[in-house]
Write a new protein. Sequence first.
Lengths: 76, 454
Amino acid sequence: MVNMMKQSVENEEVALAVWVKQTGLEKTFAQFPEDVTVAFNTVAKLRASTRATSGLSTMLPCDPLTEFWPPMRVKE
Amino acid sequence: MHWMTAAELALGYRKKTFSPVEVTQHLLARIDTLNPKCHAFIEVDHEGALAAARQAEHEIASGRALGPLHGVPIGIKDIIDVAGQKTTCHSKIMLEHRASEDAQVIRKLRAAGVIFMGKLALHEFAIGGPAFDLPFAPARNPWNFAHHPGGSSSGSGAALAAGLVPLALGTDTGGSIRNPAACCGIVGLKATYELVSRRGVYTLSSTMDHVGPMTRTVEDTGLLLNAIAEQQGDQASPDYVADLQRGVKGLRIGYVRHFHETDEIAHPEVAAALDEAAKVLSSLGAVVTDVQLPSLNDFLVSQKFLMMAEGWAVHEKWLRERPEDYSQMSRRKLLTGAFVTGGEYVQSMQRRGLLIDTVNHLFNDYDVLLVANSMDPACRIDDEAEVVRTYTRQARMPFNLTGHPALALMTGFSSGGLPLSMQLVGKSFNEKMVLRVAAAYEQATQWHAKHPVL
């Protein structure tokens, strides 16, 4: 049986390792692995909250992702 | 003498009741006594301040007064360049950095004849604090030294509340003027984006950084803004104190209740003080009605992505090469920007445009918005979990994102004896209206006359 929890943790670790390499933070990660991980997870949480709320609340009059920008103005 | 406002000091100088030298000596002595407890100042310029005071005294006596702030002492957040002095940004990284020239805002203050008393503590690089792993101790709240003074302009808030200076400069990227204003019970104004120059001020997030006045009264905030505001195009600069006595009768005030009632539920004492402030303004003749903005989270997500990415752009090299020289708190906050994608930055800028338009639209129907500031009274400075929890429970950052002027003003005290605060938000470049409403509220409530017993 596949252990989904373990797999998810492993995926996150791989993702973090890729990001660390891409951003040239190998030295920082070697010195402060916990701090880099906290920062990585903070962004992941923020990203998830954006997706969960689909960005803007319904009272905003248009969706920036489906319209050209700039210019984009509030519709009357 | 130490609780006098800048306006009262100027009057005293004109009447020769006391002199700039006497005031400066008194405040320097008070700083020497109280700074070991509140850690508001990183560096005090005794000699420079006294020399400037002697010069101001001579000029005023010979009829060459430069204006209402001539000879009035001020403290400067140590992220703003003052020629010949260190700008450490409260960091180990910038510990030996000495400014070769004045920031534009300092240049303007020199022209106004103020007396620079020294450099004030902050959260490292205006983001990482309160931190105990830096070369300087974090500033503490004069209302209770065991508590957080807010930040990042922590020293500015503490110095004002402790009666060490009547004026201070702060900077504000996600609320860093208005948070210490809330915690320390003072007035703090984040003016419209770029009304006050950022030249010579160390960047955190270039599209959201603001420089602004911090004082103990609305009038002093107006006077300081008169001295530091940049002229807008070919328009004559407004006199920001001209409308302070006009009252609020007939003004339309939108109360953004959902920020603190549903989006982020405020501490009951904070919420009650906001409702009371709405009642006071209503009793003074304003028409106060509830209004709706997008949710706090809509603002927060865009503001966070932008601040993370822009902060990373500034600190990227040091974070790779000298990570050990940051406080842990700064390291954790600034490293986030490494993980923000280009797409997230652009989408945040897109959303920002919409949010600005939505707030602008509201000012077709309202003169000023009444908005929560911090959702909680200041917590203990040594309670790291509570500092982290309460730091983001605020309604300040929407206006860093949109650039609208937002003023923090005291609304009373918690049952624990700590100040509470609200924000008044105005149309871009209409600081006069914000100050007018704030002055009416201040005169009606007199919270500004309360000071901590030290």
